[in-house]
Ligand binder design. Structure first.
Ligand code: NI
Ligand code: MN
Length: 227
């Protein structure tokens, strides 16, 4: 299995015959390495919340590939209103569902999820993270979230790889993400949601130095980790 960091919070997971993209903020993502990535043939598009830097190009990618979108019920309603042909699996916080690549569970995230269109804001439901079983691996993408004690509930999930925000201001900063690692107890951690914009500057090496019981893998945008 190959997990590629596409920059910001965008992640591409390739396993078996599946290509799963999470929070595909690409065309307006200043750190996305457009010409180095092959995102053709995406089979699943997962959206943690409706903010522009996460929903990003989800609609276009799903349309081009006839991919299945997995998101909360409110975002599902918004996307359906934009294009009734989209294939969407709506779910909600705490729910787990079998899918063709394994299972998806929606985990809580402490954040917002408003959807903005023409200077109007629409209710994008509650934000989430995703706990995925893909092949024989367990992967957690926290989405945008502050530190929450709910993360402690993940410690028995035997997470092989966690993607955690460290950029601060809108989400956990380095020090809170270090505590999150202690709660979650993943094998490996990739920091995300930092250094894309001025407001979320963080030093991933500072994070790496402060984490004790997990392997921190710092990925430049476009680089991947094999599991
Ligand atoms: Ni956000
Ligand atoms: Mn964000």
């Amino acid at each position: 299995m190959k997990c590629t960091f596409l920059g910001h919070a965008a992640v591409l997971i390739e396993a078996l015959e599946y290509k799963i993209i999470i929070d595909p903020f690409l065309s307006h993502n200043p750190v996305y390495k457009k010409n180095e990535q092959d995102i053709s043939g995406v089979t699943h598009v997962l959206i943690t919340h409706a903010h522009g830097d996460h929903i990003g190009d989800a609609l276009e990618i799903a349309k081009q590939n006839d991919a299945l979108i997995i998101c909360n019920a409110e975002i599902a309603t918004i996307l359906k209103s934009l294009d009734s042909d989209l294939r969407i699996h709506a779910m909600h916080i705490g729910g787990r569902t079998p899918v063709d690549f394994g299972t998806v569970k929606m985990t809580p995230a402490l954040h917002g999820s408003g959807y903005v269109e023409n200077d109007m804001i629409y209710d994008g439901g509650t934000p989430c993270g995703f706990l995925l079983k893909v092949a024989d691996k367990t992967i957690y993408h926290a989405g945008d979230t502050g530190l929450t004690y709910d993360m402690k509930l993940l410690e028995n999930s035997l997470i092989d790889l966690a993607f955690l925000p460290i950029g601060g201001n809108y989400t956990m900063d380095v020090d809170d993400a270090v505590i999150a690692v202690d709660f979650i107890k993943p094998e490996k951690v990739v920091p995300i949601h930092y250094n894309t914009f001025d407001q979320i500057k963080a030093d991933p090496n500072d994070f790496k130095n402060k984490v004790d019981h997990a392997e921190v893998v710092i990925l430049e945008p476009g680089k991947n980790i094999e599991l």
